[in-house]
Design a protein around this ligand. Structure first.
Ligand code: S3P
Length: 440
């Protein structure tokens, strides 16, 4: 994909549905009684992987790709059936980690695996709490990597032996060493099948879509500070929901509008959940002309239209509790900071090393190739902004957010930028290049 310098981005647009919320809608829909109708579902490869896994677990799911609608015919909390094949999560960390929590509560055995990137991502972070809950889950690799084999039948047999017939797992209070919504959600979903309350405390609050949606479907969920608890065996009831636009996808167009001179964009119907809105907060800190209009709710999720205009930006420090609220936006924030006057320092972002690629390394390498002044650090980077970027060949390492962030850099760089393996954007934003190059 070749990207060249572009004139102003103007007009009004929408972005596809939120990836995290789309996954959870299928998962909770499957575990509910009755039908769950999901509008504005993200038809990206990751969410389609979740659908295909639940189909293998006996759930009937109708997918209307054109209208972005999914109907899940739920079978209740204990209605999943044994798969007759391996569950393939593709590239999706959310699918493998959240489904592991659900599958540990089942009476059957299952195996989860995914692509080469998934098989390098750390699973010890979910194996530890799930084992504490009494789950029989093993990595088929030496170092806690996928494939994961979950022997639900063993856990169920030992529950029967200990005269605890109805539940297979123990409720625990897990103090997580990482602020990760995937870890938190995995443990909370396992907690639905436990014998008592299950709580997770995290070092900083991560995205809370699982908690909000569980409550909407009828579960009892309590959040106090950085601790969230669920109570077991809720009766979950299917419902209708409309997925807000993904702020992580909107972030690319927010950045494009800010750095391409004379741009003015309205991005409609975007989720602005406070556990996800770090990008808006950072843009404001940088001096961006950005505002939220028409703030409203879609179910329990806050939504707004985002107005953004090209602005002169200044460097900022990004660290601490804000990091989980912008964890997926750091590649594009790094690009933005190249166009800001002065120094931007990003700290406490070591989690980026274990995303779809080692994003700290890949950002530094590609921005250096484009002529940026960037110093990689152990847990982030320092960027001295204001140095003009020039086109380069960008190795996306098949990481969707790297491909999109560097396409945005290419819009404001001199010369041509070539993005390798651009098709990886289909993970979270299949229409990204069409929208960027044709519609705006
Ligand atoms: C996600 C949580 C985040 C995020 C990922 C989606 C989720 O990962 O990076 O893209 O849907 O729960 P961590 O929770 O592991 O940080």
């Amino acid at each position: 994909m070749i990207i060249r310098k572009k004139g102003p981005l103007k007009g009004s647009m929408t972005v596809p549905g939120d990836k995290s919320i789309s996954h959870r809608a299928v998962m909770l829909g499957a575990l509910s009684e009755g039908t769950t109708m999901v509008e504005n579902f993200l038809m990206g490869d990751d969410c389609l992987s979740t659908i295909s896994c639940f189909k293998k677990l006996g759930i009937s799911i109708d997918v209307d790709m054109d209208n972005k609608r999914v109907v899940v015919h739920g079978r209740g909390l204990n209605g999943l059936s044994a798969p007759d094949d391996i569950l393939d999560v593709g590239n999706s960390g959310t699918t493998i980690r959240l489904m592991s929590g659900i599958l540990c509560g089942q009476k059957f055995t299952s195996t989860l695996t995914g692509d080469a990137s998934i098989r390098k991502r750390p699973m010890g972070r979910i194996l530890t709490p799930l084992k504490q809950m009494g789950a029989d889950i093993e990595s088929l690799n030496n170092d806690s990597f996928a494939p994961l084999c979950i022997n639900g039948s063993q856990a169920f047999l030992s529950a029967i032996r200990s005269n605890n017939y109805s539940h297979t797992l123990k409720g625990i209070h897990y103090i997580s060493p990482v602020a990760s919504a995937q870890v938190k959600s995995c443990v909370l979903l396992a907690g639905l099948f436990a014998d008592g309350k299950t709580s997770v405390t995290e070092p900083a609050v991560s995205r809370n879509h699982t908690e909000l949606m569980l409550a909407d479907f009828g579960a009892s969920v309590v959040t106090e500070g950085t601790t969230t608890s669920v109570f077991p065996q809720p009766k979950l009831t299917g419902r209708k929901l409309c997925v807000p636009g993904d702020i992580s996808s909107a972030a690319f167009f927010i950045a494009a509008a800010l750095i391409v001179p004379n741009s003015e964009l309205m991005i409609k119907n975007v989720g602005i959940n406070p556990t996800r809105d770090g990008i808006i907060r950072v843009c404001r800190m940088m001096g961006a002309d950005i505002r939220l209009e028409n703030e409203r709710k879609s179910g329990s999720e806050p939504v707004a239209d985002i107005y953004v205009r090209s602005s002169s930006l200044k460097g900022v420090e990004i660290a601490g509790d804000i990091i989980p609220a912008l964890i997926d936006e750091i590649p594009v924030i790094a690009v933005l900071s190249c166009f800001a006057e002065g120094k931007t320092v990003i700290k406490n972002a070591e989690e980026l090393k274990v995303k779809e690629s080692n994003r700290l390394e890949v950002i530094a390498k590609n921005l250096t190739n484009m002529g940026a002044d960037i110093i990689p650090t152990d847990d982030g980077m320092i960027i001295n902004g204001g140095k003009p970027l020039h086109g380069a060949v960008i190795d996306s390492r098949m990481d969707h957010r790297i491909a999109m962030a560097f396409a945005i850099a290419g819009l404001a760089a001199d010369g041509e930028t070539e993005i390798l393996n651009p098709e990886c954007v289909s993970i979270s934003y299949p229409e990204f290049f069409d929208t960027l190059l044709m519609k705006l």
